[in-house]
Design a binder for this molecule. Sequence first.
Ligand code: HEM
Length: 463
Amino acid sequence: MELITATSVLCFLAISILIISVIKSFVSSKRTTLPLPPGTLGLPYIGETFQLYSQDPNVFFTQKQKKYGSIFKTHILGCPCVMISSPEAVKFVLTRSELFKPTFPASKEKILGKQALFFNQGDYHNKLRKIVLRAFSPDAIKFIVSDIETLAKHSLQSMEGRLINTYQEMKTFTFNVALLSIFGKDEILYREDLKRCYYILEKAYNSMPINLPGTLYHKSMKARKELAQILAQILSTRRQNKEEEHNDLLGSFMGEKEGLTDEQIADNIIGVIFAARDTTASVLTWILKYLGENPSVLEAVTEEQRSILKGKDENSGSLSWGDTKKMPITTRVIQETLRVASILSFTFREAVEDVQYEGYLIPKGWKVLPLFRNIHHSPDFFPEPEKFDPARFKVAPKPNTYMPFGNGVHSCPGNELAKLEMLVLLHHITTKYRWCVEGDQNGIQYGPFALPQNGLPITLHKQ
Ligand code: HEM
């Protein structure tokens, strides 16, 4: 009896091994038979980097898409890449996190801290993401509306009557909002020190990672150390005053059950400031540009915002969370700006194994770039795509055609906060101020996000 059982186990194993090897050889023969996506790889190592960066990158993406379709190969910055621009393919890449992982140059990981949310996958990423999503959920941020309002009013007052670089001023506002959401009321105590260090740190974001005295990178790493010391001091003060409750991001990170190390907390705080500041500031800059060019839209927004003021005492009345939900016209202006400007034209992933998609092979280790901007500017999904027309958002876009905040497990956890701070600033600027754009303003610069030329110089004056 035992002999029969042993023989049948052996037979079963042999058949299983045979089936597995047949499947394996089928898969590997598939690998060799499946073609790479169409496209060209350019010169050895250099690839097509010059073609991409010697012009507006979007021209490169659009020309390639016209020639090869919505999935094509190229070679940039020393890496073979597949670029994709169909809604289905982008959804596939961004939501199949077991096949595609985020990827950044090592120097960026060192500057921001390798334990920050966006560099990670799996259990650690899930745990962090839950904390960050909770801290930036509507239920959490609705309590800071009036504090954001105070920051918006101060920012606008400080810009009054001056020729300003809109982007730089908006960066100050969005930096302060980011600190408020991270440190709550404590932010004011540390604002200037944190700002000084962060502004040095970020200068090396696009520089070569050469850590020698005198280089930008070296200064940046020193500033990072100092930032970590300030954060350690904040953590220590909070630990001493245990009885105080904190409903901010730092409070959530410090929650006992979260079990994060001080280093993990520091990396994620620096990471959130990085993700929150320039993105939102750049969108606000584009909004002021588009409102300036479209007086009827500016009037409609102003009217909507004035109607919110009705019945409020002009001096003491402040915005509530409920008020921000009664701003459909302003909300559509934000949505349309996110589409037209598409400040993040694309993102990066890397194939963690050979992937077959639509009859093509995406080899393991290749970078994959979902091209958000191509989708947002496709006439198939957005008629007259270059036109700024907020009314188009009266009808919801087709699924997966509108992704200003990404998609899948790495999509933006700060999107509610970004929308809230933009609504609050727009409320005050449209009801109390007007602005004139100085100089010719048709160019776009990348820094790294798409921006109006020279950060949109304007003069702001009281109405
Ligand atoms: C209008 C402003 C913003 C835009 C357009 C934006 C856009 C995005 C996009 C497209 C991604 C996904 C990138 C990818 O998949 O590779 C992302 C991720 C992220 N964003 Fe935002 N973002 C904005 C504001 C914010 C703010 C205000 C915060 C924080 C308060 C924030 C925090 C983050 C974080 C932490 C991630 C990484 C998430 C992860 O890897 O799990 N963002 N953002």
